[in-house]
Write a protein that binds this ligand. Structure first.
Ligand code: ADP
Length: 266
C-alpha cells in the first residue's frame, strides 16, 4: 500500500477527519509490467516488419529485372511485327516495370536507414550542402532556381544520412515549384544542444490536413503524371532524423510555399 494520510484534530485534540489517499500499488506495478511487455512486443514486430520489407524488396528485384529486360527486348525487336495496339501494350508494360523498379529501390533504401549502427561524427553542414548542390546542379539550372544559405553549423551525424536528408528536401523544393522559378532558403538556428534547420521554398504549398500524412511511406498528394516520384522521400527523411534523435515537421500554405524543419544534435 502506498499513499499519504493527513489526520486533523479539533481544539480538544480529538481526531476530526482524515484526508489523503491510500492505494494498492500492486495494481499499478502490474499495469507497468503490462505496458513494458506491450512495448517490447511492439519493438519486436516493428523489427520484423522492417526485416520483411528488406527481404521482400531485395528478392523482388531479380524477377523484376527479368520482366523488365524481356519487355524492353520485346519492344525493340518486335516493333515491326506488332500493330499499333500491341506496341502501346508493350510500352505500358515497360513503364510499369520501370516504376516498380523505382519503388523497390526506394523501399530498399528506406529499410536500409538505421539497419547498421549509426556512428555519429562531427559533420560540417557547409560541405554536405555543397555536395548536394553539386549533385542537383542540372535540376537547379533547368528551373533557374535561386538557392541561398548562410554559414551552416557542425552537427553530430552520419555524413551519408545528412547528404540524403538535404538531397530529398532540396529535390522536393525544386520539384514542387509553382509557376515562378524556385527561391529556396536554408537556415540553422541553435536551440539548446540542437540545431533547428529550415528549408523554405516558394512552391505550390501543402494543405494543413496533410502535414503528418506526407511523412508516411508511399503517401503522395499528386498523381505520378503531375509530379513524378514514389512517395518515399519524406519517409526516409523522417527515419534519418529520428535515428539521430531529432524531429521533422512542415509549415506551409497552399500557393505560398513550404518550410520543412528538422532538428539535429550538435
Ligand atoms: P515524392 O516526392 O516521391 O512524391 P515525398 O515523400 O518526398 O515523395 O513527398 C510526399 C509528398 O509531399 C509529395 O508527393 C508532395 O505532395 C508533398 N511535398 C513534399 N515536399 C513538398 C514541397 N516542398 N512543396 C509541396 N509539397 C511537397
Amino acid at each position: 500500500i502506498q499513499g499519504y494520510l493527513k489526520p486533523e484534530f479539533d481544539e480538544k485534540g480529538e481526531l476530526s477527519s482524515i484526508t489523503g489517499y491510500a492505494q494498492d500499488i500492486t495494481i499499478l506495478k502490474a499495469g507497468e509490467q503490462k505496458l513494458q511487455n506491450k512495448n517490447a512486443e511492439l519493438l519486436r514486430s516493428n523489427e520484423e516488419l522492417e526485416q520483411f520489407a528488406y527481404v521482400a524488396s531485395h528478392d523482388l528485384k531479380e524477377p523484376l529485372r527479368m520482366v523488365s529486360s524481356y519487355t524492353q527486348l520485346l519492344s525493340k525487336k518486335m516493333e515491326d511485327k506488332l500493330d499499333e495496339e500491341g506496341r502501346e501494350f508493350v510500352k505500358y508494360a515497360v513503364e510499369g516495370a520501370k516504376r516498380m523498379s523505382a519503388l523497390i529501390d526506394d523501399l530498399l533504401e528506406y529499410s536500409r536507414v538505421g539497419r547498421t549502427e549509426i556512428r555519429l561524427e562531427k559533420v560540417n553542414c557547409n560541405n554536405i550542402i555543397k555536395e548536394v548542390l553539386h549533385q542537383l546542379r542540372y535540376k537547379i539550372v533547368a528551373c533557374n532556381a535561386d538557392i541561398q544559405y548562410g554559414d551552416m553549423p557542425e552537427v553530430n551525424a552520419l555524413p551519408s544520412c545528412l547528404v540524403q536528408l538535404f538531397q530529398n528536401l532540396l529535390s522536393n523544393a525544386l520539384k514542387f515549384r509553382s509557376e515562378q522559378p524556385p527561391i529556396i532558403r536554408l537556415n540553422a538556428v541553435l536551440e539548446g544542444n540542437e540545431y533547428i534547420f529550415s528549408i523554405s521554398d516558394n512552391g505550390i504549398g501543402i494543405e494543413e490536413r496533410y502535414f503528418d500524412r506526407i511523412f508516411a511511406i508511399f503517401q503522395r498528394l499528386h498523381d505520378k503524371n503531375t509530379f513524378e516520384g514514389t512517395g518515399i522521400g519524406l519517409a526516409v527523411c523522417k527515419k534519418i532524423v529520428e535515428v539521430h534523435g531529432g524531429r521533422i515537421w512542415v509549415e506551409s500554405k497552399v500557393g505560398k510555399g513550404s518550410t520543412f524543419y528538422f532538428s539535429i544534435g550538435c
